[in-house]
Design a protein. Structure first.
Length: 267
């Protein structure tokens, strides 16, 4: 057989997930750096990919989706160079499969968890605490959030609701989505009166407003780890990896509302 099952699945995944695949016999150094990244990083990474190209002439392509879905694509052989997850779970998953370059695994960013509503909704800010009646606030509507089985924002959200003693009262009113941006879109369109997203998602969409910020002790610290993937043969991958740790990159991330986990490189 010319292809193993894993490689064949990888090729199928590449067609489904990758925005553009270069054909032919192009050298690795001529190919764009392909990044698989959590959906919540869309604005920041898009801006940084543009900045990197202006500085170096090297192209970066980014596939945004739920971290779990992307990790599974990497496992299936999709030809990504870098992986940036919205939690440590899926990075640990790939690391355990020996699919990352171990010494490149590092925490890159932090975030917060918020409850949002449509911008023009007639609802005042609330304080989320133990036993808060979120079901009453929903008033028969749905609570949009990422699917906890594959979407880190959904996992964080479910954990926060459980720790606050709220989950049982709303579990039958949850509208699960394939990634955090899909949950945000449901709220922005008015299809769900409330949603659980990252603080950075809310800041990126002027059609929603933050109704409450979840207590920091109600969910694990939100950490976005990054790593170069072991199957990457693109020499520019580590250059973009390094670029994401510079002061200009930190400024972009901070402007989007992320917390930079490591002091940026100064050279």
């Amino acid at each position: 057989m010319l292809f193993s099952k894993r490689k064949l699945l990888g090729l199928i995944a590449a067609v489904a997930m990758v925005p553009t695949v270069l054909a032919g016999t192009a050298r690795a150094e001529d190919k764009p750096v392909l990044v698989f990244a959590a959906a919540s990083l869309k604005e920041a990474l898009t801006a940084l990919a543009t900045g990197f190209q202006k500085e170096t002439g090297k192209v970066v392509q980014i596939s945004f989706a739920a971290s779990g879905a992307l990790a599974k694509q990497v496992e299936a052989g999709a030809p990504a160079d870098l992986f940036i997850s919205a939690d440590t779970k899926w990075m640990t998953y790939l690391s355990g499969k020996d699919l990352t370059v171990k010494d490149t695994e590092m925490p890159l960013l932090g975030n917060t968890l918020v409850l949002v509503a449509p911008k023009d909704a007639a609802v005042d800010p609330v304080t989320l605490g133990k036993g808060f009646d979120l079901g009453a606030l929903l008033a028969g509507g749905k609570l949009a959030m990422g699917d906890p089985s594959s979407v880190p924002a959904g996992t964080y959200g479910k954990t926060a609701l459980e720790n606050l003693g709220i989950y049982d009262g709303v579990k039958d009113k949850v509208a699960l989505t394939e990634n955090v941006r899909a949950a945000l879109a449901l709220v922005a369109r008015g299809e769900a009166p409330f949603g659980i997203v990252y603080g950075t998602d809310a800041a990126a969409d002027p059609t929603v407003k933050v109704v409450a910020t979840f207590p920091a002790d109600s969910y694990p610290a939100i950490v976005y780890p990054i790593a170069v993937l072991k199957e990457s043969a693109n020499p520019d991958a580590k250059a973009f990896y390094a670029y994401l740790q510079t002061a200009p990159a930190a400024a972009v991330f901070t402007a989007q509302g992320f917390t930079v986990m490591k002091a940026p490189a100064t050279n």
